[in-house]
Design a protein around this ligand. Structure first.
Ligand code: ADP
Ligand code: MG
Length: 615
């Protein structure tokens, strides 16, 4: 019998190791951009095709590499950044494992052009599957361009594992922003499929924040700055009124490296204390700088997790720095921040509008509506003629014998052109009592139901929306006053992805310039006036349906909308509403359980009553 242990060929070993570093196009974005930063580049351009599946390219004007160095750079454990183990503890550059380029070369086709300032010619290098295919002198500008093509072309299993273009693009934008936010003094751009998505001129941190998070932060940022022997903190927090129902504008950097830390996030939000409306998240971009010897930043180089030697001190420091900043802000609410002379220039660069578009927009009534701050965009009642589909509502209500008066549930999810085929249990003779503004007791003949009002409503909505997405569109009403919505770039990508489905659910939302949307219509049965926070909340809930539940995008969206739109505990219901709720519930396929799996109602019978009273 022959021996069975053998050494893996280099190429396969490389592919396996690469899996840890390069999981998706966004991982390459991070590594390549960090390398460009480390190389001292002041201009860094990211070029993406097909959400990075076809091309991720970073072009920088940094130090460049010599003919020999560029060859070495693609060897595993090749780095110019550490040479002895002690270096790990004083490292200030971004990457330091010497693995990124080797990993990229193992799972993609790579083309590099690089030239140092002192050299007359540059080097062109082509690598595929960890093998050098070509190396020759080339005329190229100073700096380095690394193009990663056809990621996972040689590992089809991994290629198939990649998510939709929208999802991969979201990851890419996340990584791009994290690097761009940390280095406001350098120019960054992102071009995707030939279209420029970001053009970030070098400037101050405040300018960078406004460039990335939106113009509405311009006068709404409070600076944070605290220095000690142990550590320094600097950056900006959003004033409380800018807090959003959706997360995404929160950035922490430790030694300019983006980190995710629920612990430090808590330190910041707790400093805001009761300044924030419930369930809203303040924006912040904060930089902590401390001696690398105090922080173990090599715990998880790709996962953005970080360990502090003394967590409690860091927590207290962050919290008090934010408190301090807020206190200053409330003493002098109109704190004068540095003027940004270049902002106008940036504005023009950033806005995808032409000048004429802009002129038109600023004179339109639409523009005026959304620039009038704090004007409640509200109509008196849902019964007003805001309904564009009155005919459908009328027809449907005849069909379902909804009481004349429009109830809270009356128009709920009425489907255009849909009629119920099933026999309808009407509950019209039942008796109703609402308990604790949370439960309904419904006595119908001999049967007594104890119903959880919110769960019942969530179930009803979910099933109606499911029907809606099977082809029938939920009736929509046009808003009297269109609302604009400014989102973070990540949420923009998310919302764009959800737009078609939202439209079927009765939302009329349109992109409106960079990272902005206009909400022109909402489902017919929704009260007007809260469009902005409704949509923000929806995005937030969507994100929080754990991906581990393995729900499809569609189902996640439906569940989010159902939850958001459901009647909550604490809302008083009249008899007509309770009757409608029961009627609708009993037409559901799964009336017994809520979308999140909790019981919707229970039957109270004589035995139970006897048992409760020990009779
Ligand atoms: P690390 O960044 O951990 O050193 P990498 O595999 O990312 O490992 O890069 C290997 C080496 O290649 C770097 O140490 C650096 O010397 C060189 N290098 C990579 N990218 C660039 C670039 N854009 N410009 C100049 N040198 C680079
Ligand atoms: Mg690196």
């Amino acid at each position: 019998m022959s021996d069975i242990i053998h050494l893996l060929p280099d190429r396969i070993a490389n592919q396996i190791a690469a899996g840890e570093v390069i999981q998706r196009p966004a991982s390459a974005v991070k590594e390549l951009m960090e390398n460009a930063v480390d190389a001292g580049a002041t201009e860094i351009r990211l070029i993406i095709n097909d959400a990075g599946k076809q091309l991720v390219q970073v072009v920088d004007n940094g130090s460049g590499m010599s003919e020999t160095d560029v060859r070495l750079a693609f060897e595993r454990h090749a780095t110019s950044k550490i040479s002895k183990i002690e270096d790990l503890f004083s490292i200030r550059t971004m990457g330091f494992r010497g693995e990124a380029l080797a990993s990229i070369a193992a799972v993609a086709q790579v083309e590099v052009r690089t030239k140092r300032a002192a050299d007359t010619a540059g080097t062109l290098l082509e690598i595929e599957n960890s093998e050098v295919l070509r190396q020759e002198p080339v005329a190229t500008p100073e700096g380095t361009s690394i193009a990663m093509k056809n990621l996972f072309f040689n590992v089809p299993a991994r290629r198939n594992f990649l998510k939709s273009n929208a999802a991969e693009m979201r990851h890419i934008i996340d990584e791009f922003i994290r690097v761009a936010m940390a280095y406001p003094d350098r120019f960054f751009s992102l071009t995707a499929n030939g279209q420029q998505q970001f053009h970030l001129e070098a400037g101050t941190l405040k300018q960078r924040i406004v460039q990335i998070l939106g113009q509405h932060y311009q006068s709404k940022l409070v600076s944070v700055s605290e220095n000690t022997d142990y550590m320094n903190i600097s950056g900006f927090i959003g004033k409380p009124e800018t807090a959003k129902k959706t997360r995404g504008d929160q950035y922490f950097f430790v030694n300019r490296r983006f980190i995710r830390s629920p612990y430090l996030n808590h330190a910041v939000t707790s400093a805001f204390q009761d300044l924030l409306p419930a369930d809203t998240f303040p924006a912040y971009v904060l930089f902590i700088d401390l001696d690398p010897a105090q922080v173990d930043i090599n715990v998880h180089p790709t996962k953005q997790e970080i360990k502090f030697e003394d967590e409690k001190i860091v927590y207290a420091f962050v919290q008090s720095a934010v408190r301090h900043a807020l206190a200053q802000f409330s003493i002098t609410p109109a704190l004068d921040f540095d003027l940004d002379p270049s902002i106008q220039h940036l504005d023009a660069v950033n806005k995808p509008f032409t000048e004429t578009d802009k002129d038109k927009a600023s004179t339109s009534s639409l523009y005026k509506t959304f620039t009038e701050k704090h004007v409640a965009h509200r109509i008196d009642s849902a019964g007003n003629s805001g309904l564009s589909n009155w005919k459908d509502v009328f027809e449907a209500s005849k069909q379902e014998s909804i009481p004349e008066q429009k109830t809270f549930f009356g128009g709920e999810g009425i489907l255009e052109g849909s009629h119920h085929q099933r026999a309808v249990q009407s509950f019209s003779d039942a008796e109703y009592t609402q308990l604790f503004l949370t439960y309904i007791i419904c006595q119908s003949g001999d049967l007594v139901y104890l119903v959880h009002q919110q769960r019942a409503h969530e179930r009803i909505l979910l099933e109606k929306y499911q029907l809606a997405l099977e082809g029938q569109t939920v009736a929509s009403q046009t808003c009297l006053f269109p609302t604009t919505l400014e989102l973070s770039p990540q949420d923009t990508v998310l919302l764009n992805e959800l737009l078609p489905s939202l439209q079927q659910l009765g939302y009329q939302i349109e992109p409106f310039g960079k990272d902005s949307f206009v909400i022109r219509g909402i489902p017919a049965d929704t009260e007007q006036g809260n469009e902005r926070s409704d949509v923000e909340l929806l995005l937030e809930q969507y994100k929080h349906f754990s991906p581990s539940l393995k729900l499809s995008t569609r189902d996640r969206l439906l569940r989010s909308v159902s939850k958001q739109r459901s009647v909550k505990a604490g809302r008083k219901l009249n008899k007509a509403e309770m009757q409608q709720l029961m009627t609708d519930l009993f037409q559901c396929n799964h009336k017994e359980v809520s979308p999140s799996g909790q019981p919707v109602f229970t039957l109270i019978d004589q035995d139970l009553c006897a048992k409760m009273l020990g009779a």
